[in-house]
Ligand binder design. Structure first.
Ligand SMILES: Cc1cc2nc3c(=O)[nH]c(=O)nc-3n(C[C@H](O)[C@H](O)[C@H](O)COP(=O)(O)OP(=O)(O)OC[C@H]3O[C@@H](n4cnc5c(N)ncnc54)[C@H](O)[C@@H]3O)c2cc1C
Length: 625
């Protein structure tokens, strides 16, 4: 008779190869092949190694796949992908599920399935398989035995599954539905911490495993359409692989998937290939577009998933509001384009914008916020239909919601030059603080703009030892700039003002190295070295989709004390109150972050406004009765 406790039976024996870890002295010095022989498995005790991949060609591809904006450091160590639960915790986890007897060969979920369950294995074994694609055969990604659970972060993001779960040894599983998983996350802090960390760690492991071959993106390295796809995939932390079409691996992948140059960019999914793919099509296929199963109106819909919108989502969801967060591009906003944010409170060594916003996304998901992107709001009906606001999306969907938070930010005006997006954050900046200027000290720089912000930046950079070319489109710098600045600029030995001039070309490898400036009077173009291009030609709020919302002349949204009596229609008299903090002239509609008039245009200010607005949202919803 087997004398072991149920806990012992689930735990592999001390000599079981699955218990070996690299820091165990008994296995020191073993090579990768030996470790690979341990077999992949993310629910095995002590698993601290990445899931192995089969051939070196894949390793090269995987290395090449780290897309722009992807967070650098994993948030949790990958070792927590394989939690071994105590009997008591395991029983608590089972209590959220519904039992099902299984037999060898049963398929528990397969690629494309929506709203999959977390699968807890009480008895038996389940294999997680990447099914075959056009260019690679099927492979086992992980095996999960009794005491483990099958699932990764898509259980929270709502992404359709891209892997298959198949029963290897029959037994009993418990299915925890998405709804029950959310209840677990909200009600059981101890269990939710373990499960949530495991889901995050598995996403990290899967990105480095053969599972990444489930979503293959191929396109030109310099193609804007391919970059849009890659940026979307990176911002959503999608498990995927990127192929540059101009490399041997890319060409081989295109051949085996029967793709031609006209098909690019393309995405190869299990059983399906998207040609001339867009982020919207990819999101539709993966189930990341907007969809709503409930017929109930949303409590708060947040438009824009930059720092302001993400903070609103974290606070809204954590305070029990049914919270929907939409973004026209992907999560992260402008902040995701910042390679290093050094002035964000609490991070003395700085962190990348993608890292910061990636963490916020996980936090919002953990509290149960629904995220959808790309998902563009195109209209907001501001005359409340009964009690509700109606938000219209580009695809024609309409969302009934009790409150709306507008967090659509502002777009810095850019010049329509080839390679401009390549150099944003890599030589092109929209601010001239210590952070941006550090890499340019003593090197020649170019400042564009004729207003005070450009003048101040030029003086600041010249003061740090740079030769500054101030490029002004008009004939007279004094037309828009304060006299004191004009005098100082003209007197400064390291500032050259280039009137009636424009930057017309950018050059460099990964970083901006040279600009061409065209003098419109002489009709001459001159190339010159440039380690930093500082652009101050204004910012435009993303408010063109709104009507009936009070704004300043420049389009930035006015709220609360910025609103005058003339802005407030009869609805306010009926409500018997003035607009709350961050509330616009339309009751229940709020504006936060860069889109808000007078905002500081900084990450910390945006997150502060997003979080604070939720207190007002609660009051506005309470007013609805
Ligand atoms: C290169 C760069 C570096 C920066 N560095 C720093 C720094 O070091 N420190 C600092 O404090 N600040 C920095 N900033 C500024 C900071 O990023 C912004 O102040 C901050 O991101 C503003 O946050 P937000 O949420 O208000 O707007 P955004 O970050 O602009 O986000 C707005 C979001 O709304 C979405 N959106 C727009 N219209 C719609 C629509 N109709 N429907 C759905 N979604 C929509 C957009 O896609 C976007 O994702 C930097 C900015 C840039 C560009």
């Amino acid at each position: 008779m087997d004398e072991r406790t149920p806990d012992d039976r689930r735990r592999p024996s001390r000599d079981d190869p699955r218990r070996r870890t690299r820091d165990d002295p008994r296995w020191a010095g073993r090579d990768d092949a030996w470790w690979a022989a341990r077999r992949a498995g993310f629910s095995q005790a002590g698993l601290a190694e990445p899931v192995p991949w089969a051939d070196p060609r894949e390793v090269a591809r995987l290395r090449a796949s780290r897309g722009r904006g992807r967070p650098g450091q994993p948030l949790v160590p990958t070792s927590v992908a394989s939690p071994r639960l105590s009997d008591e915790l395991f029983a608590r986890l089972l209590a959220y599920g519904t039992p099902q007897e299984t037999h060898r060969g049963d398929v528990l979920f397969q690629p494309g399935d929506e709203d999959v369950d977390l699968i807890v294995v009480e008895r038996g074994t389940v294999a997680v398989i990447r099914t075959a694609t056009a260019d690679v055969p099927a492979a086992t990604v992980a095996t999960v035995d009794a005491g483990g659970f099958v699932g990764e972060l898509n259980l929270l993001t709502g992404q359709n599954t891209y892997l298959q779960a198949q029963v290897q040894t029959g037994g009993t599983i418990y299915r925890v539905s998405p709804e029950r998983l959310r209840q677990l996350m909200a009600n059981d802090v101890e269990l939710s911490d373990i499960v949530f960390k495991a889901l995050i760690a598995r996403r990290e492991l899967l990105q480095r495993s053969t599972a990444a071959l489930s979503v293959e993106i191929v396109g030109g390295n310099r193609s804007a359409a391919a970059l849009a796809l890659r940026t979307y995939a990176a911002r959503q932390s999608l498990i995927h692989l990127w192929f540059d079409a101009d490399t041997p691996a890319g060409r081989a992948m295109m051949r085996s998937s029967s793709l031609t140059a006209d098909d690019l960019p393309a995405v190869v999914l299990p059983g399906e290939t998207l040609r001339q793919a867009t982020p919207g099509e990819l999101a539709d296929k993966l189930g990341l577009s907007y969809r709503r199963s409930s017929t109930k109106p949303v409590d708060v819909t947040i438009v824009g998933a930059g720092p302001a919108g993400l903070a609103a989502a974290v606070y809204g969801a954590s305070e029990g509001l049914d919270t929907l967060l939409l973004d026209a591009v992907g999560t992260g906003g402008q902040a995701a384009a910042s390679s290093r944010i050094e002035n964000y409170f609490g991070f003395p060594f700085g962190l990348s914008g993608a890292d910061l916003t990636g963490r916020a996304v996980l936090q919002a998901l953990k509290f149960g916020a629904q995220l959808a992107s790309p998902c563009q709001a195109v209209k907001l009906d501001t005359d409340r239909n009964g009690q509700l606001l109606r938000l219209h999306l580009q695809g024609g969907e309409v969302i009934d919601t009790k409150a709306v938070v507008i967090a659509t930010g502002a777009r810095y005006r850019a010049l329509p030059l080839e390679r401009w997006p390549d150099f944003e954050g890599a030589g092109i900046y929209y601010a001239a603080t210590e952070l941006e200027a550090r890499g340019c000290t003593g090197s020649p720089v170019t400042v564009i703009g004729g207003a005070n912000s450009a003048g101040q930046a030029a003086l600041y950079l010249a003061g740090r030892g740079s030769e500054v070319s101030l490029v002004v489109r008009g004939a007279d710098i004094a037309a828009e700039m304060s006299a004191y600045l004009v005098d100082r600029l003209l007197a400064h030995p390291r500032v050259t003002v280039r009137h009636r001039s424009e930057v017309t070309r950018l050059d460099g490898e990964d970083f901006l190295e040279e600009v061409s400036i065209t003098d419109r009077t002489a009709d001459e173009t001159q190339a010159q070295a440039c380690s930093g291009l500082f652009c101050f030609i204004g910012a435009e709020p993303a408010t063109d989709w709104l009507t009936g919302i009070a704004t300043e002349d420049d389009g930035f949204i006015r709220t609360d004390v910025q609103l005058t009596g003339d802005d407030l229609g009869p609805a306010w008299a009926a409500l018997g109150r003035r607009p709350l903090a961050f509330e616009t002239n339309v009751p229940g509609v709020f504006a936060v972050g860069d889109v808000h008039s007078g905002s500081m245009k900084r990450v910390a200010a945006a997150t502060g406004e997003g979080a604070s607005a939720i207190a007002s949202v609660h009051k506005a919803i309470a007013d609805l009765g």
